[in-house]
Design a binder for this molecule. Structure first.
Ligand code: G3I
Length: 300
């Protein structure tokens, strides 16, 4: 293939980008998006604060702009994210206990129902595990509603949109470490007990290299019977092009690694200000990292 999307499709995979509704009027931005990518993630527009700014009043305008842009061009949509300890609306931050639990599950049900049939994969729960060596859950208002909040969210999402793949998504889980093993154990438990889960997202915000056991980590999740997706890829540092190729090859080497999403289009669109971690420069020109990914997708 001659673009990221067509080359990935030849390998049975998608290649996506996180995008912002407010940039869809930028013709350089949209030109790259429409030429290169066949999947999108809303960088912020589907988060809880954006979609339910006051309790029970849902707001989908910016998310719909992204979904409509993508679907009218045959692109997949990854939904991001139904529940997360960050980017909660103020009203949810002030709830706790059963009031928060009920509000959270209602949020999952309402948003997943609104988008039923339009979402390829949902990040049902984002970043619920703690950093460091413990391998346990992160303390959060959601976690304090009870350890079963994650499975309750997945069950609600499945009921609302049975066709969407339901993912657990996190960062610093790209190699085999205590945090990724904690998630691995949760997924194994969910599969054993019949809790609906279809995929694990590895965000892959990286510097200079992927962990040496990156592919082995993808494979161990796949071996549990879930898909794996690289969901928020960006890589800074002088070995950027080489690291992008290594990540791409690792995904292609794992049958259940179904797609890669980069977290932005141009370096100037990145949340990692000044780090230039993406595939296109601020003028929209292809970088060495772009060529490296394209060659890797095409078997080079
Ligand atoms: O849109 C408002 C704007 O109106 C306001 O003037 C401005 C002032 O601060 O804020 C703007 O909102 C910001 C938004 O990005 C859009 O630019 C928020 O403050 C800012 O917190 C938000 O940051 C996002 C961050 O998640 C927090 O939600 C980043 O764009 C986004 O890239 C980042 O993405 C996360 C993933 O969702 C989860 N994994 C990690 C990843 C990187 O942090």
């Amino acid at each position: 293939g001659t673009t990221l999307g067509t080359s990935a499709a030849e390998k049975g995979r998608y290649f996506g980008a996180a995008i912002a509704a407010g940039k869809l009027g930028d013709s350089v931005y949209t030109g790259i998006l429409d030429r290169e990518f066949n999947s999108v993630t809303a960088e912020n527009e589907m988060k809880w604060d954006a979609t339910e700014p006051s309790q029970g009043r849902f707001s989908y305008g910016n998310a719909d702009r992204i979904v409509n842009h993508a679907r009218s061009r045959g692109m997949l949509v990854r939904g991001h994210a139904l529940l997360w300890h960050q980017q909660q609306p103020g009203w949810a931050q002030s709830l706790s206990g059963s009031a928060l639990r009920n509000a959270a599950i209602n949020h999952v049900t309402q948003v997943a129902t609104y988008y039923r049939g339009k979402i390829h994969s949902w990040d049902v729960v984002n970043e619920a595990f703690a950093d460091g060596g413990g391998g346990g859950r992160r303390d959060s208002n959601l976690q304090r509603t009870g350890n079963d909040w994650i499975e309750a969210a997945f069950r609600a999402a499945r009921a609302a949109d049975p066709g969407a793949k339901l993912c657990y998504n996190d960062y610093n889980t790209d190699g085999i470490n205590a945090k990724s093993t904690g998630i691995y154990n949760m997924v194994r438990d969910f599969k054993a007990r019949g809790v609906p889960i279809d995929c694990v997202g590895l965000q892959s915000h990286l510097t200079n290299s992927a962990p040496s056991d990156y592919q082995a980590n993808l494979q161990r999740f796949a071996d549990l019977g879930v898909d794996v997706q690289i969901t928020e890829l960006d890589i800074s540092g002088s070995n950027q092009a080489g690291a992008y190729a290594a990540v791409t090859r690792a995904c292609l080497a794992v049958a259940r690694c179904t797609g890669i999403t980069v977290w932005g289009i141009r370096d100037t669109d990145s949340w990692r200000t000044g780090q230039n971690p993406l595939l296109f420069d601020g003028n929209g020109n292809k970088k060495a990292a772009y060529t490296s990914v394209l060659n890797a997708l095409n078997g080079g």
